[in-house]
Unconditional design. Sequence first.
Length: 375
Amino acid sequence: MRYATTALLTAVAALGSLSAVPAHADSRGYVPAHADSRGSVPAHADTPGYAPAQAGSPGFGTGPGLDHCTTTVPVTCHFDVPVGTYTVTLELGGEDAGSTAVTAETRRTLVAETATEPGETLRRTFTVDVRDPEGEPTGPAGTPGLDLTFSGAAPRLADLRVTPAPRARQILLAGDSTVCDQPGDPYAGWGQQLPQFLRKGQVVANYADSGEGSQSFRDNPLFFDALAARIHRGDLVLIQLAHNDKQTPADVYRANLTAMIDGVRAKGGRPVLVTPVVRRWFNGDGTLNNGTALIVNGLGVDLPGELRSLATAQDVPLIDLTALTKQRVEELGPEASKALYLYNEKRDNTHTSVRGATEYAALVHGELREQRLIP
């Protein structure tokens, strides 16, 4: 991949949306970064495949952090940093009008598409989790280091800086395919979209994985054990596991969740139970009042009901995402609600589109704020 030696962004006015795939640097070129005197993480000009950008070229600013961004579509900036949490500060905009969206790692949305007027710059600051593997725990390892991808109708980037953020407050996620960092378009999980709603110093560490239920998430050390090892005192751990508990008895389901609650508390974390996203399965009267939509399993166990009851019994905060998403889907109705799911693409009434995942992430974020779990 050729790194920026000519104009960066004016050639990408027709970039696609948030489905961009990060650049894959040769893993042999991975070198841990060292903070400079200002605390920022420099590019490694001596790493194979790197060349300094020509700062000041059209669409490209003069900031020192831009010398390791590509001119290819999509525009990707790569930092050779070790596993950890990092704060990214961007200056979007420039001489020409722009419209820029920012994702990181496995398609995590950090900045929704943002317009800038000619001559205008906007600062955006966020904190991002860099880990191995970078997406689903059972998925591909991805690229070592941090990849930031700039897309949108007309991306414009004036400056960029990455600094270590070892004391970031974490929001760790335990969940299934409706939560996880989905690797490919058109799929998206709400955990993948949550970072765009958070302020600097708050970071999402998404350990959700496709196909997992309450038992498998406990049994496989790649999931709960790995998540628990990350917990610092005061971190939130959001647990949404239900869709794949299709034949789980109520007592086993409650026991699995109770064990996870106890495990989070033992590490000093704060567990939060999240009821599952509804399935888009309408009755003839335009409601979702049926077991398929409301995640009642094959044994007749009302899984959201069990979560509500357990939250009360264990004195754990509850985000009733089932109720919130039911309200939204019914509000849109049978036709318009298709856009929240992958019905048009896959005839899929369970998995969400980028739009649906974004709306549902906003609901989760709203509840976190409403319940004063985050500032």
